[in-house]
Design a protein around this ligand. Sequence first.
Ligand SMILES: Nc1nc2c(ncn2[C@@H]2O[C@H](COP(=O)(O)OP(=O)(O)O)[C@@H](O)[C@H]2O)c(=O)[nH]1
Ligand SMILES: [Mg+2]
Ligand SMILES: [Zn+2]
Length: 355
Amino acid sequence: MIDHKTRSALRELGWNDFFEDQLGAQDPAIQPARVVSEHGERPLVAGAFGTASVPITGRFRSTADRMPAAGDWVGLLDGRVGVLLEARTALCRKVAGRTSRTQVIAANVDVVFVVTSANRDLNPRRIERYLVAVARSGADGVVLLNKADLQVELRPLLNLARDAAGGAPVFPVSALQNEGLEPILSRLGPGITAAFVGSSGVGKSTLVNRLVGHEEQTVFAARADDDRGRHTTTSRRLIPFPGGGMLLDTPGLRELAMAGGEDLGGVFDDIDQLARRCRYRDCRHENEPGCSVRAAVEDGALTEDRLRGWEKLAREDEYLNRRRDEMSHRDERMRQRARSKEYRLRQLEADRRGW
Ligand SMILES: Nc1nc2c(ncn2[C@@H]2O[C@H](COP(=O)(O)OP(=O)(O)O)[C@@H](O)[C@H]2O)c(=O)[nH]1
Ligand SMILES: [Mg+2]
Ligand SMILES: [Zn+2]
């Protein structure tokens, strides 16, 4: 059982009933803690006890489905990570290389701010890609056009971003000049965990520092000492927000590769709506007659680029889902082979005993 004082300390870190309910079945000696940064074999965790770098039990390593990611809640037993609590949301990416495996890069995030800069670097296709991953994670997505101070004519860029964002809100901000932060602040608060994703250099760290009100990076690095008291540079950091809740500054989300999934999470609602009016249900919107999507491109309601972006993401999904199916079929065949071999051995054994 968690006592009142511990619970209120945990709540500051984002703890709620969803996690506490999962403790019911666990060892009562378990201490909940939240992963601040991964650090491979020794995650940095925060709990009612403060912050500590802790080892992972061998049993955890050999039985867990995955390693804890930043934002995950874990259970400590004798000061070591023994269990991983189910995450409410999980931002995933495909593991680099030719595999179809996915990796959780941030867990239990409620709102993800997709940061881009309001200049020529603004890439609508990248916004779409991020927002699909955010929708799949279960978090809300908000697009921020940072460095608004650089741009005299914001309107065209805002429109470009809004067309890409589907239903997600888009706001111009200037971290440098401390402007336009209200829509961000209104989404933060007690119990909320917010993450910032986007290409390097768009101003994520500057934004986080603004919101926190000081140079949090350096403050936090000082706490991230390892055993030998060395300062280690942490890549994903969970930072307490002064107004309650937590912020996750995540440079690791930079190259967010598609993880494969069932749909594109409403980011392409306009295309989905159009596709419903295509003559053929399995229309690929290429050269089919009666294609509403192509018709929308012809009359300028939909840009060719957005349609290409959609096609590319859909193809990546198709490929990953197919590969994943192939892998699971292969695993199943191997299991079957192992079973029939075991059966034959048992038969042989029985025959021998029968002699
Ligand atoms: N003009 C302008 N520059 C900014 C703004 N926000 C950040 N920068 C600059 O952009 C550069 C990259 O910022 P940083 O926060 O390190 O980006 P990160 O890689 O996304 O964390 C720095 O030189 C910042 O001073 C802004 O709102 N306006
Ligand atoms: Mg940064
Ligand atoms: Zn069509």
